[in-house]
Design a protein around this ligand. Structure first.
Ligand SMILES: NC(=O)CC[C@H](N)C(=O)O
Length: 379
């Protein structure tokens, strides 16, 4: 629920489900919002973060102290709207400055009805989330606020992220096509579980015509486009709920069509192979996470946004219903599984974001790997 505007400087309170409270000022829309409190360590790229559908139902805390400096432009959004359910910053820019800027971030949050809070100690909040783990949170702003006990009771009624099935809420309802740039070489069916705009673009740049399909697409829908490869996107929510996409992916594996998955898509590949998924204590979010590609030994700096992970053994090849599989990538901060690959058929996935929006481009080679799998299939 939001009421608008003028009160951009109204008092605001952030209430965590364990009872910790931070007081600040309204930022963006004035009103009430709930979600899972998570922190992002990205120093840049706030527009891409805000519009990434994987952040649906999450209240994002920025560890970078000064946010909004470059304003809001019309080029950087990763989808048609802001998806975060709330936004938490230390010190918003008072005067944005950039040649592409059209309006301030404060105005844009207000325009889209996104409730935020500024002027709180985001370092203390981040340390709290790191020690206690991601948890539910509420932001309440306005001139007359409920008492603390009432706000806490509301936060504790909000839905949890564990068990949340959210892809269909954010994905396209209708299929659409992103044409290949230049000569068309391949057709890919991309199951949209919350896809970011840059992902089909990275494929289109490589001569792929991308047929983006709704989250509810069946295997028949996938094969109706006569694909050379199949892609499963990133997306919000708990992968343990994604039974539909897991069944579709198992059919793709049965048919041995080249397969690539990103983030939620990696968790779905994990499940399709028979591995479990689990919730990380506070997740990985930011654009500076070190990952090792174990197939080459190279280390890359990468963009992350995940709160769940695949539970697969790091030190051995696993036998799965689709042949041998191994962990191809691992996060060097905490040994979390960051990629999977099959050894007996053309299928792989990563838990992080090679589309790099925002983020470093170190992992762009993964799109080339997908192209190589499709080329090898054709040869
Ligand atoms: N970016 C994503 O695809 C996130 C996947 C999943 N929702 C998670 O939090 O782990």
């Amino acid at each position: 629920m939001t009421t608008s505007t003028r009160g951009a400087k109204a008092p605001a309170v952030l209430v965590l489900e364990d009872g910790r409270i931070f007081r600040g000022r309204a930022y963006g829309a004035v009103g009430v919002t709930f979600g899972e409190a998570v922190f992002s360590t990205g120093m840049t790229g706030y527009q891409e973060t805000l519009t990434d559908p994987s952040y649906h139902r999450q209240v994002v805390v920025m560890t970078a102290p000064h946010v909004g400096n470059t304003g809001v432009n019309d080029e950087d959004p990763e989808s048609g709207r802001i998806w975060v359910s709330g936004y938490v910053v230390r010190d918003p820019a008072r005067v944005p400055s950039n040649w592409r800027s059209r309006r301030s971030l404060d105005e844009e949050l207000d325009r889209q009805g996104v409730v935020g809070i500024s002027g709180i100690d985001t370092r203390a909040l981040t340390r709290h989330l790191r020690e206690r783990g991601a948890m539910r949170v509420g932001i309440f702003s306005g001139d007359s606020l409920p008492d603390e006990g009432a706000m806490l009771a509301e936060v504790r009624k909000a839905p949890e992220m564990t068990g949340a099935d959210l892809s269909a809420e954010v994905a396209t309802k209708e299929p659409y096509v992103v044409p290949a740039i230049g000569e068309k070489k391949f057709t890919v069916a991309a199951v949209d579980l919350g896809i970011k705009g840059m992902t089909p673009h990275r494929m289109a740049e490589r001569g792929i015509e991308v047929h983006v399909l709704p989250a509810t697409a069946t295997a028949d829908d996938v094969y109706a486009v006569n694909p050379d490869g199949v892609f499963f996107s990133n997306g919000p929510g708990d992968p343990a709920t994604a039974d539909g996409p897991v069944a579709v992916m198992q059919e793709v594996l049965r048919r041995r069509t080249p397969l690539f998955g990103i983030c939620f898509g990696n968790q779905i590949l994990g499940r399709a192979l028979g591995f479990g998924t689990y919730k990380l204590k506070y997740g990985h979010r930011g654009i500076n996470q070190p990952v090792q590609d174990r197939t080459t030994g190279k280390v890359e700096v990468t963009a992350h946004n995940h709160g769940f992970a695949v539970d697969a053994p790091l030190d051995k090849v696993s036998d799965t219903p689709f042949g041998r599989a191994e962990v191809s990538h691992v996060c060097l901060n905490d040994d979390v599984v960051e990629g999977l690959q099959l050894l007996d058929q053309p299928a792989f996935s990563v838990q992080y974001h090679p589309e790099a929006a925002a983020g470093p481009h170190d992992a762009a080679y993964l799109f080339d790997r997908f192209v190589s799998l499709m080329e090898a299939e054709r040869a």
